[in-house]
Design a protein. Structure first.
Length: 201
C-alpha cells in the first residue's frame, strides 16, 4: 500500500517517519509501516530491529523496539564517506534509549586503507588494517564486530549515537569522536547488557 495513497488514512500518513532522500531506505519500508499500522494500531511505536540505510555508504540497525512515529529521518540520520552521524546537533539529541539514540549495529561500506590500488587487502596488511579499525572503535566507545575485505564492509556495535567512522584527513590515524562516547554509567550498563557476542549476524 502506498502511504500517500488515498486509501491510507491521513492520521496514519501523519505519523509515519519522514524520508525524502532517494539514496536512503528504511526497513520496514514506508508502505509496510503504513499497512502494519492500519492492521495493528500502535505498530509504529514499537518497530522491531528498525533499519535505516544509504545505498552507497552503509546501514544502521537499531536493536529491540523503536518508536518511529514522526521521526524526521532526513534531518536525524546522515551517512557520509566512511562515517555515520545521528543527531548531529547535540541540542536535538534525545536521552540515551529514546528515539534513535540507542544501541545499534552499524555497517559502513567502501572501507579500505586509502590506497589508489583497489585490490583486496590480505595477510599482514589486512591484519594491520583490522587492528586499526578495532582501535578506532575502542577510541569512540564502539565495539568492533567484523571487517569483510571482499565487500569492504566494517561492522561495529554502538551503545548510543554521536559520530562514528574513519577520518579522511589521515588514513593512518583513527577519527576523533565529536562527543564523548560514554556520558554516564547508564551508557556503560547498556554496553555490558548487549555485547557483540549477543548479536545474531
Amino acid at each position: 500500500m502506498d502511504p500517500m495513497n488515498a486509501s491510507c488514512p491521513a492520521v496514519i500518513q501523519s505519523l509515519l517517519p519522514k524520508l525524502q532522500r532517494s539514496d536512503y531506505y528504511i526497513n520496514p519500508r514506508l508502505q509496510q509501516l503504513a499497512s502494519n499500522e492500519l492492521n495493528e494500531p500502535g505498530y509504529c511505536s514499537r518497530v522491531t530491529d528498525f533499519v535505516v540505510g544509504s545505498k552507497e555508504h552503509g546501514s544502521v540497525k537499531f536493536f529491540g523496539e523503536t518508536d518511529v512515529r514522526w521521526l524526521d529521518l532526513d534531518n536525524i540520520v546522515r551517512f557520509g564517506h566512511r562515517e555515520i552521524v545521528i543527531y548531529e546537533k547535540e541540542e536535538t539529541k534525545p536521552p540515551v534509549g529514546s528515539g534513535l539514540n540507542k544501541p545499534a549495529v552499524v555497517t559502513l561500506s567502501n572501507i579500505h586503507n586509502g590506497k589508489e590500488d583497489t585490490s583486496f587487502l590480505e595477510g599482514s596488511e589486512l591484519d594491520s588494517f583490522v587492528e586499526k579499525l578495532k582501535r578506532n572503535n575502542k577510541q569512540q566507545g564502539a565495539d568492533f564486530i567484523s571487517y569483510d575485505a571482499t565487500k569492504l564492509e566494517w561492522r561495529f556495535y554502538v551503545p548510543h549515537f554521536s559520530r562514528f567512522g574513519l577520518d579522511d584527513s589521515d588514513d593512518d590515524e583513527p577519527v576523533q569522536s565529536d562527543h564523548k562516547a560514554f556520558s554516564s554509567m547508564e551508557d556503560d550498563v547498556m554496553l555490558r547488557d548487549l555485547s557483540p557476542t549477543d548479536i545474531v549476524k
